[in-house]
Design a protein around this ligand. Structure first.
Ligand SMILES: C[S@@+](CC[C@H](N)C(=O)[O-])C[C@H]1O[C@@H](n2cnc3c(N)ncnc32)[C@H](O)[C@@H]1O
Length: 199
């Protein structure tokens, strides 16, 4: 993965929150928040939280005793998330790389991640970290996109860019957000060390 693929900074956080969140992310946030809330967790960690669309959906559904630690690699994304959230003593905001979570072993009942795992440069490492910080019997809930051809808007954008720049068509959407869509492949047993998803 190119370094710039995981850099959500500059003008991106504001555009992401204003345009992409209502266009794409809100319904999935409601779904994921509902699934997490059903587990009635006390200690919750959100990774790759972005501008907080899931956090906003989840916080009202958690109990008064719950603690929600909200993290992202890119502080500018988290700044928007924090600014948009109502004051809530149950929430802690912290910059954190999913590849190296700055939390003790067995700290959380639930770890959640909406459309973030595709950006991790080493998923095996990130999943190992997630498992380490989960309490025994805890849950990891995350979602990923299907392949780009199955997503009308992302596919149309990819095709339009390919027509406009035939020499060097930008393939970011297909390669990164939609590049982790094959359940057969991601469930296949690994006989030779790392999976190809580690790259
Ligand atoms: C597509 S956005 C999803 C954001 C948010 N969960 C949402 O639903 O809107 C992907 C997020 O992954 C974050 N990210 C990328 N690499 C990361 C890493 N190694 N650790 C934690 N977050 C990362 C980015 O900063 C970005 O906010």
């Amino acid at each position: 993965m190119a370094e710039k693929d995981k850099l959500f900074a500059g003008g991106i956080p504001e555009l992401y929150e204003r345009l992409l969140v209502p266009l794409i992310f809100e319904p999935y946030a409601a779904d994921l928040a509902e699934r997490v809330a059903r587990l009635k967790p006390l200690d919750v960690l959100e990774i790759a939280a972005g501008t907080g669309v899931v956090t906003r959906a989840l916080a009202p559904k958690l109990g008064v005793e719950a603690q929600l630690v909200v993290t992202d690699l890119n502080q500018p994304m988290l700044d928007i998330a924090h600014a948009r959230q109502h004051d809530d003593d149950r929430i802690v905001w912290q910059q954190a790389d999913a590849m190296e979570l700055p939390f003790d072993d067995e700290s959380f009942d639930v770890v959640l991640c909406q459309f973030g795992v595709m950006f991790f440069p080493g998923r095996v490492t990130a999943y190992r970290e997630t498992r380490r910080v989960l309490k025994r019997g805890g849950h990891f809930l995350f979602n990923v996109w299907d392949r780009v051809e199955a997503n009308e808007m992302a596919h149309a954008v990819t095709e339009a860019l390919a027509a406009r720049f035939p020499e060097n068509p930008p393939r970011f959407l297909a390669r990164v957000p939609h590049g982790y869509a094959d359940p057969e492949d991601s469930c296949r047993p690994r006989s030779r060390g790392f999976s190809r998803h580690q790259d």
